[in-house]
Design a protein around this ligand. Structure first.
Ligand code: NI
Length: 559
């Protein structure tokens, strides 16, 4: 048996720089895989010696996509350090911003970053508009913009686009690949939603900006609360937010969720074969409480697909290792240690201590974990969270699937669509709660404190569920300055390199066993990796390109 390597670098339609190498046997089945973060970052260094009250605005710059998530992560961990509890209304406004972002992020991921792995644009050109409308009715009783004329118009747009020769996002696809399974009409249906989703994403961004002043990079979170008080108290602004989210709800219910069902039915064989299944370890920090302290997401940890035994999430079990990452040191102190690639330009992966990624290796109780919408669904469903059970059951019934089937590449997308669906419902409950508070004259939005009176040495941490999974921020404060800052982002978990024990992370494990139809067009690899919604800009931190030591990061002291 001879083993051959396939290298994809960079993986496109993601945020940041990711390289994937897989080793395939004579039958083109993946035997091993390596995920490598190829990007230098250093925002945590910039945070050093800064005023802790500025941490949010700086941390938001870690990524161009997850700006609000890091903004909130930083503000929350500084509040934790100082023991500041924020008013309920501030928490609600922060949640409303986050929830709009969840919806925007998931929709953009499904249509603009991922759908072309399943949708053959060239096939859509041969679709019959009338049959397309009929096809849409199989997945929803009242499909989104489902007139014949709408599909005719879409077809015309697509045709003009192709004739112009400027294919833009549709250039360089693996069109005609044997593993494209959708019919011409199904392809046209999804392309139509792809185009609608472009308009959708600008609208939902406005919803974030109503309370955030702008997006990306909202401005209105401050240590102790929020500053968008006038927006919160203005019925017109609240109505505007509600109107946008109602439209978003319509799109999710009548386009996104039905499309996820369509995909699950078309790729049933892949789902049943477990294509894209990772190691079965799932983690969620939980959160987003309202009313009587019920939580939208349960916290928990699942090992080896054992859904019956969900353990409580215990942050003290998190460690970071660097055996195979371009760092040196022990669990708590890292220095940059870049090692060259092989002479042919491939990653050094032969020996079990060869280093091959800028992403560090976070572990929970020594195990690699998968985090994200799928993990949240599995944990919340297994813990019988009444807010989500019916959404999951309905999807599984209509597609004739079981919970374990979601633990696949296609299933990960289904989980994201299901999550979007129940988040939309939750948003309306949250707005009602806010209106109730304001009605009874509870208009607090900021916890008053004197910065000078706060303790001079403090340590804080924040664990938040954000669109791509569990995000952790850690801060050490000394005097009035940040002494040390550290972040573990969702993609750091999912794209982790191996470790001294050789255990693969979620990306790598999900690729093993994958059958590649054509080695020169590894579409199957893209499907698996894209299903995680990678954000590499978030995943790598604390680097200097000249290899100088930038600082030591002590996570152990932050328990
Ligand atoms: Ni990001």
């Amino acid at each position: 048996m001879s083993l051959k390597k396939i290298v994809i670098d960079p993986i496109t339609r993601i945020e940041g720089h990711l390289r994937i190498e897989v080793e395939v046997d004579d039958d083109n089945v993946v035997r091993d895989a390596w995920a490598s973060g190829q990007l230098f970052r250093g925002i945590e260094i910039i945070l050093k010696d800064r005023d802790p009250r500025d941490a949010g605005l700086l941390a938001g710059r870690m990524c161009g996509v997850c700006t609000n998530s890091h903004f909130r992560g930083a503000v929350t961990c500084v509040e934790d350090a100082y023991g500041l509890e924020i008013p309920k209304n501030a928490e609600i406004i922060r949640n409303l911003m986050a929830m709009a972002l969840f919806i925007q992020d998931h929709v953009v991921h499904f249509y603009h970053l991922h759908s072309l792995d399943y949708v053959d644009v060239t096939s859509a050109l041969t679709a019959d508009p009338k049959m397309t409308s009929k096809e849409a009715h199989k997945y929803h009783e009242n499909p989104y913009r489902n007139s014949h004329s709408h599909y005719e118009e879409t077809l015309k747009k697509l045709d003009n686009f192709v004739k112009s020769g400027k294919l833009g996002p549709f250039a360089n696809g693996y069109w005609g690949h044997k593993t494209y399974k959708l019919s011409a009409e199904q392809n046209l249906l999804l392309i139509s939603h792809y185009l609608e989703a472009l308009k959708f994403q600008t609208k939902v961004s406005k919803a974030v900006a109503i309370f955030g002043a702008k997006t990306p990079h909202p401005q209105t979170l401050v240590v102790g609360g929020i500053t968008s008080v006038a927006d919160m108290l203005n019925p017109q602004r609240l109505n505007e937010y509600l109107f946008i989210m109602k439209e978003a709800h319509e799109f999710v219910q009548r386009a996104y969720l039905p499309d996820a069902k369509l995909l699950a039915l078309a790729y049933r064989d892949e789902i049943k074969a477990g294509v894209g299944r990772a190691n079965g370890n799932y983690m969620s920090a939980g959160g987003y409480s309202f009313e009587d302290e019920r939580k939208l997401f349960c916290d928990g940890v699942i090992h080896n697909h054992d859904f019956a035994n969900v353990q409580d999430f215990d942050a003290s079990k998190i460690t970071e290792e660097v055996d195979r990452a371009w760092y040196e040191g022990n669990q708590f102190e890292f220095e940059v240690k870049y090692t060259d690639l092989n002479s042919d330009g491939s990653l050094k992966t032969e020996k079990n201590d060869d280093k091959y990624s800028w992403i560090k290796a976070p572990r929970y109780d020594k195990q690699p974990m998968e985090t994200g919408p799928l993990a949240r669904i599995l944990i919340s469903y297994s813990k019988k969270n009444p807010l989500i059970i019916s959404f999951v059951d309905e999807f599984l019934e209509e597609t004739n699937l079981e919970l374990i089937d979601l633990c696949t590449a296609v299933g990960r997308n289904a989980a994201r669509a299901i999550e979007s669906s129940y988040i939309c419902e939750y948003i309306f409950k949250l707005v009602s709660e806010l209106l109730q508070n304001v009605k009874y004259y509870d208009t607090d939005t900021w916890k008053q404190y004197s910065f000078d009176a706060l303790q001079s040495e403090a340590q804080g941490k924040a664990f938040l569920e954000v669109p791509r999974g569990t995000l952790s921020h850690f801060v050490n404060i000394k005097g009035t300055k940040i002494e040390n800052y550290s972040v573990i982002a969702p993609t750091t978990w999912n794209a982790t390199p191996k470790n001294f024990d050789g255990l693969r992370g979620a990306y790598e494990e999900a690729l093993v066993g994958l059958k590649i139809e054509d080695r020169s067009k590894p579409l199957e690899v893209l499907r698996v990796i894209h299903s995680f919604d990678p954000c590499l800009a978030c995943a790598v931190h604390v680097i200097d390109t000249k290899g100088k030591e930038l600082g030591k990061y002590k996570i152990s002291s932050l328990k």
